[in-house]
Design a protein around this ligand. Sequence first.
Ligand code: 5AD
Length: 333
Amino acid sequence: MNLSSSEIRRLLTTSDPTAFDELAAEARRLRDAVYGRRVFMRGLIEVSNHCRNNCLYCGIRRDARCRRYRLSVEQIMECCRVGYGLGFRTFVLQGGEDGWFSDEVVCGLVREMKVQYPDCAVTLSLGERGRESFARLREAGADRYLLRHETADARHYAMLHPAEMSFTHRMECLHDLRELGYQVGAGFMVGSPGQTVETLLEDLAFIADFRPEMVGIGPFIPADGTPFEHEPAGSVEATLRLLAIIRILHPQVLLPATTALGTLHPTGRERAVEAGANVVMPNLSPQDTRALYSIYNNKLATGSEAAESVADLRLRMQAIGYEVPVDRGDFKT
Ligand code: 5AD
C-alpha cells in the first residue's frame, strides 16, 4: 500500500471506523513480514530529571518546580544488572539535558555497559549535544540515539519551544547522529498544542524521507506547572491511526507502544501493537525515582512499567499473539 498525502489526510480525518481496521490490518501484515509476531523490549533507565531546557510542554522543564534527582553511575549499573537478569538486551539511558552527564561520564558508563554486557545494545536519549560529543559517545560504544524531532514544521516547533531552542539545530543533530553510524530515533507527540493535519503531514513526510530506524510517538498529556497545563490531551485513537500510517510508510521501523499511550488507556500498549507497534519500553529505574521523572501528569510508574512485571507484559503480549524475545531487536534493513 502506497499512501498519497490526500489518502493520509483522509485517514487522519475520517470518522469511518472500518477505515482504521483496514489500516491496522495492513500495518500488522507489513510488520509481521519484516519482524514476525515479535515485540522487542528495551529497559528504560531514567538517569536524571535535571534539564537546562525549557520546552513548554514538559513537566521537567527548567522552570518546573519539581523535585530533582539524578542516578549515580552505580545505580545505573545496578539497573542494568537487574534488567539483564529479566531478559533485557537493550538499555536506554534517558534523561533531561543535565550537564552532570558530561561526555566523560557518559562514555565511561557506555564502556562499562559494553564490557559487562557485550551482547546488549546501548541506546542514549539525552537530548541535543554537539557533533563532537555524539562522536565520542559513539566511539565509546553507543549503538542508538533517540531524539524526537517533536514537529517537522519550523513554525510549530517555535510554538512548543522557547526562542533559545532551534528547529535547525534539532534537525542537524538527527543528521549528525545518522552520519556517525547510530541507529536513530525521531518522533513527536500526538495532539500537541498547535498541531494540525498540515503539521502532521510534514511529520509523516519527514519520516518517509529520513527513514529513522525508530519512531517514538505518543499522545501529548498536559503536565502541571507548565504553560500547557490546561491544554487538552492528545487522543489515543489519533495515536493509533498514526502508528499504523507510520508502519505502512516505513515497514522496517522500530515503533514503540509508548508509556504515554499506556497512561491514557489501560490496554493502550496492546492496542498499539495491534496497530503496528513492535517495541515496549518497561521502566528499569529505581522504584523511588520513577515518580519524579514526571514529564506529564499521571505517568505510569507501576504495573507493567515496573521491571518486576516484565512477566505480566509478556503475558499481555502473548494474550494477543505476540512473543517478547530475549533479543537486542536491531533494525532490519
Ligand atoms: N506529554 C507527552 N509527551 C511528552 N514529552 C515531553 N513532555 C510531554 C508531555 N507533556 C515527550 C517529548 C520528549 C519525550 C522525552 O517525551 O516528545 O521528546
